[in-house]
Design a protein around this ligand. Structure first.
Ligand SMILES: Cc1cc2nc3c(=O)[nH]c(=O)nc-3n(C[C@H](O)[C@H](O)[C@H](O)COP(=O)(O)O)c2cc1C
Length: 223
C-alpha cells in the first residue's frame, strides 16, 4: 500500500507537522512485520500551488496522510488552496481521488487537541466532496513544544502519548490494507481522536510563556 506522507505546514524546513510525520513513518516501519507492506512517498505542501510532478505523486498513492498545523481554528490558507486545486484536477480527471483513503493529523498550539475539531471537519467535507474516504482524524494539542522535544524518544516522558497516536494510525492503516485487498470500503472510518502532549497543562503553559518572553527579549535586542 502506497502512502503519501504530506507535510502541510507553510514553514520551510522543520516544523511540528514534519517531525510528527517522520516519527509516525519510523513507528509504522519498525512495528510492521513485513517491510514491503507500506511504501512511503514524501510530499511537502508549503505553497498554495501544487506542481504537476507532485500531483502525479499524490495520484499514485492509495492513502493521503496529511499532517498540518491549526491556523485560526481552521486549516492554513495555502493548504486550502491546495485542496481546491486537488478538487479541480480531480473533476477534470487529471487525478482520481475517488476511494483514496485520507488521514489528517492536525497539531495545534493550544493544549487541548479538541481545538482541531473544525479543521478535521473541513477535511471530512473535502473527502465527501471528492469522494475520497476520510478514515481517521487526529487532533493533537501541545504542538508548540514538538520541535523542542524532538530528541525525546517516542513513548517516553512528554512523548508518551505519541506512541498511542502512532499505534492508532498503524491500526487504521492495517484495516485499510485489508479493505484494499477485500475491496470493502465500509469497514474503516473511525471517530476522530483528540490528544494532548504528555505534560501537565500548567507546565505546558508555563514553558510556552517563558519561550515567548525569551523571543520578545531577543527581538528587542535585534531591533
Ligand atoms: C497564523 C497562526 C495561527 C494559529 N492559530 C492557532 C489556533 O487557532 N489555535 C491553536 O491552538 N494554535 C494556533 N496556532 C499555533 C500552531 O497551530 C502551532 O504552533 C503548531 O504547532 C505549528 O505547527 P507547525 O510547526 O507544523 O507549523 C497558530 C499559529 C500561527 C502561526
Amino acid at each position: 500500500m502506497k502512502i503519501a506522507m504530506i507535510t502541510a505546514s507553510p514553514k520551510v524546513g522543520k516544523s511540528a507537522s514534519s517531525i510528527l510525520l517522520k516519527e509516525c513513518k519510523t513507528w509504522i516501519t519498525t512495528h510492521t512485520e513485513n517491510s514491503d507492506t507500506y511504501e512511503f512517498v514524501e510530499i511537502v505542501l508549503n505553497k498554495p500551488i501544487i506542481e504537476d510532478s507532485v500531483l502525479n505523486k499524490i495520484n499514485s498513492c492509495d492513502v493521503l496522510f496529511f499532517s498540518f498545523p491549526l491556523y485560526e481554528d481552521s486549516i492554513p490558507s495555502h493548504l486550502l488552496s491546495c485542496l481546491v486545486q486537488l478538487d479541480q484536477t480531480n473533476q477534470e480527471h487529471v487525478i482520481d481521488l475517488k476511494n483514496k483513503y485520507v488521514i489528517a493529523l492536525v497539531n495545534c498550539g493550544f493544549y487541548e487537541g479538541i481545538q482541531c475539531e473544525v479543521a478535521l471537519e473541513i477535511m471530512q467535507h473535502w473527502c465527501t466532496h471528492t469522494e475520497s474516504i476520510f478514515i481517521q482524524g487526529i487532533g493533537l494539542g501541545g504542538g508548540g513544544c514538538i520541535e523542542g522535544i524532538e530528541r525525546v524518544p517516542v513513548g517516553v516522558s512528554v512523548k508518551k502519548v505519541l506512541a498511542t497516536v502512532y499505534s492508532h494510525i498503524l491500526t487504521v492503516l492495517a484495516k485499510c490494507d485489508l479493505s484494499l485487498s477485500d475491496k470493502n470500503t465500509d469497514a474503516i472510518p473511525g471517530d476522530n481522536q483528540y490528544f494532548s502532549i504528555s505534560m501537565p497543562r500548567w507546565l505546558y503553559l508555563f514553558s510556552a510563556h517563558r519561550m515567548w518572553k525569551n523571543a520578545i527579549r531577543k527581538n528587542k535586542r535585534i531591533a
